[in-house]
Design a protein around this ligand. Structure first.
Ligand SMILES: Cc1cc2nc3c(=O)[nH]c(=O)nc-3n(C[C@H](O)[C@H](O)[C@H](O)COP(=O)(O)OP(=O)(O)OC[C@H]3O[C@@H](n4cnc5c(N)ncnc54)[C@H](O)[C@@H]3O)c2cc1C
Length: 377
């Protein structure tokens, strides 16, 4: 069990205060929002139940361009120019038009945090009444509130979504020591009927896991079996629910960013770059409000519209997510082989990257308005 760095019990002091912006959740989404609020002069408070970078929430794979654009290369562990896909009938090597990298979670979070200017406190968020957020250390009142708390959407209005009925996937991985050269995935029903297994080498460890798009399917046994098949011990478990449908990105005056808004891509369960991307977008809207360029309501509406403008791409990926398990494995193998042409891969992966392109980082620093989302044809 990882040790908890956060102070507990009597060591915890009261936290009862006001602030301009309260960002709840200090992972990818929350840190990206906070980054955009640097040098605004606003009183920005970031809270999380754990210390920054304390709890890894994923296999930490991302298009390398995002690390470069955000100046986070020091967190980079390993880079891959190919994606290796195994099925029971074939193995294909897709040469990517851009590279993918694994990174160290703690280092990345710390580097991203250094780019913002905010106060950080550890506190568990329990809920919200209007502009007051209730935590286990007291109530915090804020003019602007961001929920970057992940799939639970703790600050949402009404009942929270609960698995297994909600549109959530299930993911679990182990982190044995070891090394590898390939970023590999398995589309194989013997591991998971709808979903995939993966092995992402990251320096001195390999992140081996299984994700199921059907929340009722348990992934512990197949994760352990995949590790065993790869001759790696199943140690250091890490798992979570992963939303795979967009939700309202603004509700009741609150910004929802990353998994809390269902920003994880439904086909691949890639949710880091989208959490960063929508986090930057929300942060830029808030920046406009703090600078007096627009009202709080205008900013929320604009952010919600920006998120919703990606709905077509998300719908397409959800369709593919549902279609793939229905395709006969032999036919799937043939289709994957047919898609190996350079031209097709450039097109497909180019569109996939466009959904949340790393150029968005620089676009904002030049003061550009939120672009209209590209849609996947
Ligand atoms: C096994 C697995 C592997 C994955 N691998 C990848 C991958 O390689 N690449 C990729 O792009 N995506 C991956 N994902 C998806 C990715 O992890 C998420 O989409 C991403 O972490 C979303 O970022 P976020 O900042 O919105 O939420 P999170 O990263 O979930 O962060 C939420 C933050 O809120 C805090 N928090 C939660 N509840 C409370 C509370 N009540 N009070 C206070 N704080 C709270 C948490 O401590 C955490 O810091 C993976 C998911 C899983 C489950």
């Amino acid at each position: 069990m990882p040790t908890r760095a956060t102070k507990r019990g009597a060591e915890r002091t009261r936290l009862d205060r006001d602030c301009d912006v309260l960002v709840c959740g200090a992972s990818f989404a929350g840190l990206a929002v906070a980054r955009e609020l640097r040098e605004t002069g606003a009183d920005v408070l970031l809270i999380d139940r754990y210390e920054i970078g304390e709890r890894q929430t994923s296999a930490c794979g991302i298009p390398t361009g995002w690390l470069e654009q955000l100046d986070l290369q020091d967190a980079l562990q390993q880079t891959f120019g190919e994606l290796v896909i195994h099925t029971p009938y074939t193995t294909v090597n897709y040469r990517l038009p851009w590279t993918f990298s694994t990174f160290d979670y703690r280092t990345l979070c710390e580097l991203l945090a250094e780019q913002g200017s905010f106060t950080f406190e550890t506190a568990k968020v329990n809920g919200r009444t209007a502009q007051t957020v209730h935590t286990d250390r007291g109530d915090i009142r804020a003019a602007h509130i961001v929920d970057g708390l992940g799939w639970r959407r703790v600050l949402g209005a009404g009942e929270n979504i609960q698995p297994p009925d909600a549109l959530l996937s299930r993911g679990l991985e182990v982190h044995p020591n070891g090394s590898g050269t390939d970023m590999e995935i398995w589309i194989d029903r013997s591991y998971v009927p709808a979903g995939y297994g993966w092995s992402f080498p990251a320096g001195a460890e390999v992140r081996i896991g299984v994700g199921s798009f059907d929340p009722r399917f348990h992934v512990r046994e197949p994760t352990e079996r995949l590790a065993e098949d790869l001759k790696a011990p199943a140690v250091r478990y890490q798992g979570n629910w992963i939303p795979h449908a967009l939700r309202e990105a603004a509700e009741d005056g609150v910004y929802f960013v990353g998994d809390s808004a269902g920003h994880c891509l439904p086909l691949t369960a890639e949710g880091i770059r989208t959490a960063l991307y929508f986090g930057l977008a929300a942060g830029r809207e808030l920046r406009g409000v703090l600078a007096g360029r627009r009202s709080a309501e205008e900013a929320l509406t604009s952010y919600a519209a920006f998120s919703a403008s990606h709905a077509t791409a998300f719908r397409w990926m959800l369709r593919c997510q549902r279609l793939i398990p229905r395709v006969a494995p032999s036919l799937l193998a043939g289709s994957l082989r047919a898609m190996q042409s350079r031209r097709f891969l450039d097109w497909a992966f180019g569109h996939y990257l466009e959904i949340a392109h790393p150029r968005f980082v620089a676009a904002g620093s030049r003061g550009a308005r939120l672009p209209i989302s590209p849609s996947v044809p």
